[in-house]
Design a protein around this ligand. Sequence first.
Ligand code: PLP
Length: 326
Amino acid sequence: ARYRTGEGWYDARLTAYGPLQVDPATAALHYAQSIFEGLKAYAQPDGSVATFRPEANAARFVRGAQRLAMPPVPDEAFLAAVDALVEADRDWVPTGADQTLYLRPYQLASEPFLGVRPAQEYLFLVIASPAGPYFPRGVQPVSVYLSEDYIRAAPGGTGEVKCAGNYAASLLAQEQAIAAGCDQVVWLDALEKRYVEEMGGMNLFFVLGSGAGAELVTPELTGTLLPGITRDSLITLARERGHRVTERRFSVDEWRAGVADGSVTETFACGTAAVITPVGEVKARTGGFTVGDGTPGPIAMGLREALLDIQHGRVPDTRGWLHRVA
Ligand code: PLP
C-alpha cells in the first residue's frame, strides 16, 4: 500500500514478490524513517493456518509509526494485509515440527526528498518466508556478552519501538560479543550500565528459586526496552501456572550474586524467532559466571513447550491468542 499526505493510504494490492524501484533520494535510505514487525503463521492440526496475537503486532506498528512521525497503518489494514498474504501463500506454510511461515510487515518513507522532515509519501509492505525450527539439534543455551562499550537505547530514544536504526546501531556490539566468544550481546541501561535490559533481539527473564514456588523477574518496560509479545504472553502463562512474576529493574550485581548463592536458578531470553532461549554462560569485563549448571532449566523448557503447544494448536486456545486465517 502507498501513502501520500492529503490522499491517505491507497493502491493496496497483493502482487508477486519482486524488486522495488526506488529513487536515490528516497528519504528512508538517508534518515531511516523505517519500522518493521515480525510474526509467524502456524499450520494447525485441523489443516487451518493461524497467526499468533497479530493485533499486538498491529498495535506496536502504530506506536512505532507515531514515534517516527509517520502516518500509522490502521490496525484493520495491517491485519487484512497479513491475512491476505498468508491466504495467498497458504501452501508455503510448512507443516513439519516447529516450522512456520515468518511474516515481515514494514513501513518506510518513500518520498524522494533530502530535507530533514517527516516524509509525505510512504510504502507499507508485507513479505513472508518459510522458517525452520530455531534449534534443529535441540535447545542449546546461549553464551552472552554484557555490552559495556555500546548501548542500545537511552531514555527518550527509540528503544521501545521496532525502528530500523535500532538494529543498525546494535550490529557492532553483537560483533564484539562474537569476538569475545559469545553468541549474543546483552544490553545494559544507558545511564548507569548497571541494569540488564535485553539480549540482542529478545527480552530476558530471571528465575528466582525453583519448582512451583519459583518467582520470575523480567526487566520492567522503562521506555528503553522493546515490549515483546512473547514476553507479555509468558508473563500470562507463568502467572497461570502459579508463579509470581515481577516486572522490575534487575542489576548485573543481583544477577551475579544470585547465581553465586544459588537464588537465581535460570535465565532465559524470549522472542518470536526462538520462543525461549536459555542463557548459560555470561561474560563481562568485570568477570564471567555460569547460570545454574549451564543446561536448559525446567521453568524455561516448561514455558517454552506450553507456548509452542498453543501456537501450533496442540492445546485449546483458551486465551483467544490464535487468529485463524486460512
Ligand atoms: N527485543 C527486541 C530488540 C526485538 O527486536 C524483539 C523482536 O521483535 C524482541 C525483543 C521480542 O519481541 P517479540 O516477542 O514481540 O518477538
